[in-house]
Design a protein. Structure first.
Length: 272
Protein backbone atom coordinates (compact mmCIF):
# COMPACT_ATOMS: atom_id res chain seq x y z
CA UNK A 1 0.00 0.00 0.00
CA UNK A 2 2.81 2.30 -0.81
CA UNK A 3 1.04 4.57 -3.28
CA UNK A 4 -2.38 6.16 -3.35
CA UNK A 5 -4.18 4.21 -6.09
CA UNK A 6 -3.11 0.85 -4.64
CA UNK A 7 -4.34 1.80 -1.15
CA UNK A 8 -7.73 2.84 -2.44
CA UNK A 9 -8.09 -0.22 -4.66
CA UNK A 10 -7.08 -2.63 -1.90
CA UNK A 11 -9.60 -1.23 0.59
CA UNK A 12 -12.25 -1.33 -2.15
CA UNK A 13 -11.50 -4.98 -2.81
CA UNK A 14 -11.70 -5.68 0.93
CA UNK A 15 -15.20 -4.18 1.09
CA UNK A 16 -16.26 -6.09 -2.03
CA UNK A 17 -14.95 -9.44 -0.74
CA UNK A 18 -16.55 -8.94 2.68
CA UNK A 19 -19.88 -8.18 1.02
CA UNK A 20 -19.80 -11.51 -0.82
CA UNK A 21 -18.66 -13.34 2.32
CA UNK A 22 -21.48 -11.87 4.40
CA UNK A 23 -24.11 -12.88 1.82
CA UNK A 24 -22.93 -16.24 0.51
CA UNK A 25 -21.08 -17.37 3.64
CA UNK A 26 -23.49 -16.03 6.25
CA UNK A 27 -23.51 -19.30 8.21
CA UNK A 28 -19.74 -19.26 8.41
CA UNK A 29 -19.81 -15.62 9.48
CA UNK A 30 -22.44 -16.18 12.17
CA UNK A 31 -20.96 -19.37 13.61
CA UNK A 32 -17.20 -18.95 13.09
CA UNK A 33 -16.53 -15.20 12.91
CA UNK A 34 -19.21 -13.75 15.18
CA UNK A 35 -19.59 -16.84 17.43
CA UNK A 36 -23.21 -15.76 17.78
CA UNK A 37 -24.48 -19.08 19.17
CA UNK A 38 -21.81 -19.09 21.84
CA UNK A 39 -22.49 -15.54 22.97
CA UNK A 40 -26.26 -16.04 22.87
CA UNK A 41 -25.92 -19.09 25.09
CA UNK A 42 -23.59 -17.34 27.51
CA UNK A 43 -25.72 -14.19 27.79
CA UNK A 44 -29.24 -15.60 27.75
CA UNK A 45 -29.19 -19.39 27.82
CA UNK A 46 -30.45 -21.62 25.03
CA UNK A 47 -33.97 -21.91 26.44
CA UNK A 48 -34.53 -18.17 26.63
CA UNK A 49 -36.55 -16.27 23.99
CA UNK A 50 -33.76 -13.71 23.99
CA UNK A 51 -31.46 -16.41 22.63
CA UNK A 52 -33.49 -16.61 19.42
CA UNK A 53 -33.85 -12.84 19.25
CA UNK A 54 -30.07 -12.49 19.49
CA UNK A 55 -29.57 -15.07 16.72
CA UNK A 56 -32.13 -13.31 14.51
CA UNK A 57 -30.34 -9.99 15.05
CA UNK A 58 -27.00 -11.60 14.17
CA UNK A 59 -28.50 -13.01 10.97
CA UNK A 60 -30.08 -9.70 9.97
CA UNK A 61 -26.81 -7.92 10.74
CA UNK A 62 -25.13 -9.54 7.73
CA UNK A 63 -27.57 -8.06 5.18
CA UNK A 64 -27.16 -4.27 5.74
CA UNK A 65 -23.45 -4.75 6.40
CA UNK A 66 -22.98 -6.51 3.06
CA UNK A 67 -24.95 -3.78 1.26
CA UNK A 68 -22.91 -1.06 2.95
CA UNK A 69 -19.68 -2.80 1.89
CA UNK A 70 -20.82 -3.05 -1.73
CA UNK A 71 -21.98 0.59 -1.80
CA UNK A 72 -18.65 1.71 -0.35
CA UNK A 73 -16.75 -0.36 -2.92
CA UNK A 74 -18.82 1.15 -5.76
CA UNK A 75 -18.24 4.69 -4.50
CA UNK A 76 -14.49 4.20 -4.09
CA UNK A 77 -14.23 2.62 -7.54
CA UNK A 78 -15.89 5.65 -9.14
CA UNK A 79 -13.93 8.14 -7.01
CA UNK A 80 -17.11 9.63 -5.55
CA UNK A 81 -16.87 11.80 -2.41
CA UNK A 82 -19.70 9.80 -0.81
CA UNK A 83 -17.58 6.67 -1.18
CA UNK A 84 -15.52 7.80 1.82
CA UNK A 85 -18.62 8.25 3.96
CA UNK A 86 -20.08 4.96 2.78
CA UNK A 87 -16.79 3.29 3.64
CA UNK A 88 -16.91 4.85 7.10
CA UNK A 89 -20.43 3.55 7.67
CA UNK A 90 -19.46 0.08 6.44
CA UNK A 91 -16.42 0.13 8.74
CA UNK A 92 -18.66 1.09 11.68
CA UNK A 93 -20.95 -1.88 11.00
CA UNK A 94 -17.97 -4.19 10.66
CA UNK A 95 -16.60 -3.04 14.02
CA UNK A 96 -19.83 -4.26 15.62
CA UNK A 97 -19.01 -7.77 14.35
CA UNK A 98 -16.78 -8.75 17.26
CA UNK A 99 -14.23 -10.23 17.19
CA UNK A 100 -12.94 -10.86 13.65
CA UNK A 101 -14.98 -8.40 11.61
CA UNK A 102 -13.92 -5.73 14.10
CA UNK A 103 -10.40 -6.01 12.71
CA UNK A 104 -11.64 -5.39 9.17
CA UNK A 105 -13.67 -2.38 10.34
CA UNK A 106 -10.69 -0.93 12.11
CA UNK A 107 -8.56 -1.36 9.01
CA UNK A 108 -11.21 0.41 6.96
CA UNK A 109 -11.25 3.39 9.33
CA UNK A 110 -7.46 3.48 9.37
CA UNK A 111 -7.10 3.59 5.60
CA UNK A 112 -9.98 6.02 5.03
CA UNK A 113 -9.54 8.52 7.86
CA UNK A 114 -6.01 8.49 9.26
CA UNK A 115 -3.60 11.34 8.56
CA UNK A 116 -1.43 9.09 6.43
CA UNK A 117 -4.34 8.20 4.14
CA UNK A 118 -5.98 11.65 4.20
CA UNK A 119 -4.81 12.43 0.61
CA UNK A 120 -7.35 9.83 -0.55
CA UNK A 121 -10.16 12.28 0.15
CA UNK A 122 -8.39 15.13 -1.65
CA UNK A 123 -7.55 12.89 -4.59
CA UNK A 124 -11.16 11.78 -4.80
CA UNK A 125 -12.27 15.36 -5.37
CA UNK A 126 -9.49 16.11 -7.87
CA UNK A 127 -10.08 12.97 -9.92
CA UNK A 128 -13.74 13.79 -10.53
CA UNK A 129 -12.63 16.31 -13.14
CA UNK A 130 -9.46 14.52 -14.17
CA UNK A 131 -11.24 11.28 -15.13
CA UNK A 132 -11.01 7.83 -13.60
CA UNK A 133 -7.75 6.68 -12.09
CA UNK A 134 -5.84 3.74 -13.47
CA UNK A 135 -7.07 0.71 -11.60
CA UNK A 136 -4.27 -1.51 -10.31
CA UNK A 137 -5.90 -4.68 -11.57
CA UNK A 138 -6.60 -3.19 -15.01
CA UNK A 139 -3.12 -1.72 -15.31
CA UNK A 140 -1.50 -5.02 -14.40
CA UNK A 141 -3.83 -7.58 -15.92
CA UNK A 142 -1.18 -10.26 -15.54
CA UNK A 143 -0.42 -9.43 -11.92
CA UNK A 144 0.79 -12.52 -10.03
CA UNK A 145 -0.94 -11.31 -6.88
CA UNK A 146 -4.26 -11.14 -8.71
CA UNK A 147 -3.92 -14.74 -9.88
CA UNK A 148 -3.07 -15.93 -6.37
CA UNK A 149 -6.06 -14.11 -4.88
CA UNK A 150 -8.39 -15.54 -7.52
CA UNK A 151 -7.16 -19.09 -6.95
CA UNK A 152 -7.45 -18.84 -3.16
CA UNK A 153 -10.95 -17.35 -3.34
CA UNK A 154 -12.06 -19.91 -5.91
CA UNK A 155 -10.80 -22.91 -3.95
CA UNK A 156 -12.22 -21.50 -0.72
CA UNK A 157 -15.66 -20.85 -2.20
CA UNK A 158 -15.81 -24.19 -3.98
CA UNK A 159 -14.67 -26.04 -0.85
CA UNK A 160 -17.34 -24.26 1.20
CA UNK A 161 -20.08 -25.13 -1.32
CA UNK A 162 -18.98 -28.77 -1.50
CA UNK A 163 -18.95 -29.04 2.27
CA UNK A 164 -22.41 -27.48 2.52
CA UNK A 165 -23.83 -29.82 -0.12
CA UNK A 166 -22.21 -32.86 1.51
CA UNK A 167 -23.72 -31.91 4.88
CA UNK A 168 -27.13 -31.41 3.29
CA UNK A 169 -26.91 -34.78 1.55
CA UNK A 170 -25.92 -36.48 4.81
CA UNK A 171 -28.87 -34.99 6.67
CA UNK A 172 -31.20 -36.01 3.83
CA UNK A 173 -29.97 -39.61 4.00
CA UNK A 174 -28.32 -39.59 0.58
CA UNK A 175 -25.34 -41.73 -0.37
CA UNK A 176 -21.97 -40.11 0.29
CA UNK A 177 -20.16 -38.89 -2.81
CA UNK A 178 -16.40 -38.42 -2.92
CA UNK A 179 -15.46 -37.34 -6.46
CA UNK A 180 -11.95 -36.22 -5.51
CA UNK A 181 -9.91 -34.34 -8.09
CA UNK A 182 -12.35 -35.20 -10.90
CA UNK A 183 -14.90 -32.76 -9.49
CA UNK A 184 -12.39 -29.90 -9.69
CA UNK A 185 -11.57 -30.86 -13.26
CA UNK A 186 -15.19 -30.99 -14.42
CA UNK A 187 -16.13 -27.73 -12.73
CA UNK A 188 -13.15 -25.99 -14.36
CA UNK A 189 -14.07 -27.38 -17.78
CA UNK A 190 -17.71 -26.32 -17.38
CA UNK A 191 -16.70 -22.79 -16.35
CA UNK A 192 -14.37 -22.47 -19.34
CA UNK A 193 -17.08 -23.78 -21.66
CA UNK A 194 -19.55 -21.25 -20.24
CA UNK A 195 -17.05 -18.42 -20.76
CA UNK A 196 -16.36 -19.58 -24.32
CA UNK A 197 -20.09 -19.50 -25.12
CA UNK A 198 -20.44 -16.03 -23.63
CA UNK A 199 -17.51 -14.54 -25.52
CA UNK A 200 -18.56 -16.34 -28.71
CA UNK A 201 -21.85 -14.45 -28.53
CA UNK A 202 -19.93 -11.14 -28.57
CA UNK A 203 -17.73 -12.38 -31.44
CA UNK A 204 -20.68 -13.55 -33.57
CA UNK A 205 -22.42 -10.19 -33.20
CA UNK A 206 -19.16 -8.42 -34.06
CA UNK A 207 -18.83 -10.45 -37.26
CA UNK A 208 -22.50 -9.87 -38.06
CA UNK A 209 -22.13 -6.07 -37.96
CA UNK A 210 -18.92 -6.13 -40.00
CA UNK A 211 -16.34 -5.63 -37.23
CA UNK A 212 -13.01 -7.46 -37.19
CA UNK A 213 -12.35 -9.65 -34.16
CA UNK A 214 -8.79 -8.96 -33.06
CA UNK A 215 -8.54 -10.93 -29.81
CA UNK A 216 -10.47 -13.78 -28.22
CA UNK A 217 -9.48 -15.05 -24.77
CA UNK A 218 -10.96 -17.78 -22.58
CA UNK A 219 -9.16 -18.59 -19.34
CA UNK A 220 -5.48 -19.26 -20.13
CA UNK A 221 -6.09 -19.54 -23.90
CA UNK A 222 -5.75 -16.42 -26.06
CA UNK A 223 -6.00 -16.03 -29.84
CA UNK A 224 -5.30 -12.69 -31.52
CA UNK A 225 -4.42 -11.04 -34.82
CA UNK A 226 -1.49 -8.73 -35.42
CA UNK A 227 0.60 -7.68 -38.40
CA UNK A 228 2.31 -11.06 -38.45
CA UNK A 229 -0.97 -12.94 -38.76
CA UNK A 230 -2.87 -15.15 -36.38
CA UNK A 231 -1.33 -15.85 -32.96
CA UNK A 232 -2.16 -18.26 -30.16
CA UNK A 233 -0.82 -18.41 -26.63
CA UNK A 234 -1.39 -20.36 -23.42
CA UNK A 235 -0.80 -18.19 -20.37
CA UNK A 236 -0.03 -20.58 -17.51
CA UNK A 237 -0.37 -17.70 -15.06
CA UNK A 238 -4.12 -17.72 -15.88
CA UNK A 239 -4.47 -21.50 -15.58
CA UNK A 240 -7.21 -21.24 -12.94
CA UNK A 241 -8.84 -18.14 -14.42
CA UNK A 242 -12.34 -18.77 -15.75
CA UNK A 243 -12.90 -15.29 -17.21
CA UNK A 244 -12.36 -14.10 -20.73
CA UNK A 245 -12.69 -11.17 -23.09
CA UNK A 246 -13.19 -10.36 -26.75
CA UNK A 247 -11.84 -7.35 -28.64
CA UNK A 248 -12.94 -6.11 -32.07
CA UNK A 249 -12.41 -3.04 -34.24
CA UNK A 250 -14.97 -1.50 -36.62
CA UNK A 251 -14.75 -2.75 -40.19
CA UNK A 252 -16.04 0.45 -41.75
CA UNK A 253 -19.47 1.63 -42.76
CA UNK A 254 -22.06 3.56 -40.81
CA UNK A 255 -24.07 2.94 -37.65
CA UNK A 256 -20.92 2.79 -35.55
CA UNK A 257 -22.74 3.60 -32.32
CA UNK A 258 -25.43 0.99 -32.99
CA UNK A 259 -22.78 -1.63 -33.79
CA UNK A 260 -20.88 -0.97 -30.57
CA UNK A 261 -24.07 -1.16 -28.53
CA UNK A 262 -24.94 -4.45 -30.23
CA UNK A 263 -21.53 -5.96 -29.51
CA UNK A 264 -21.29 -4.81 -25.86
CA UNK A 265 -18.87 -4.05 -24.39
CA UNK A 266 -17.38 -1.44 -26.77
CA UNK A 267 -14.46 -2.64 -28.87
CA UNK A 268 -11.02 -2.40 -27.33
CA UNK A 269 -7.60 -3.08 -28.71
CA UNK A 270 -5.55 -5.94 -27.28
CA UNK A 271 -2.37 -5.13 -25.41
CA UNK A 272 -0.20 -8.02 -26.58
Amino acid sequence: MGNLPDRRVLIRWMFNALGYLLVFGHRFVIDSLLHARHWAGVLFGESSPWYYLFMAAATLYTIPTALACWIAAAGLKRNKPWGIWAGGFASFLLILGFPWLTLAGGMGFYVLYTTEAAPIRAATVRERSAGPTTDYWDRKRRSKAQGIVQVVLWFGLYGYLRGWMALYAQRAGMTAWHPGWQAWLWVSVILLFNTALHESGHAIIAWAVGSVVRVFSVGPFTWWLDRGGSRFRIDWGRLFAAGGYMGAVPGGGGNLRFNEIAIVPPARRPTH
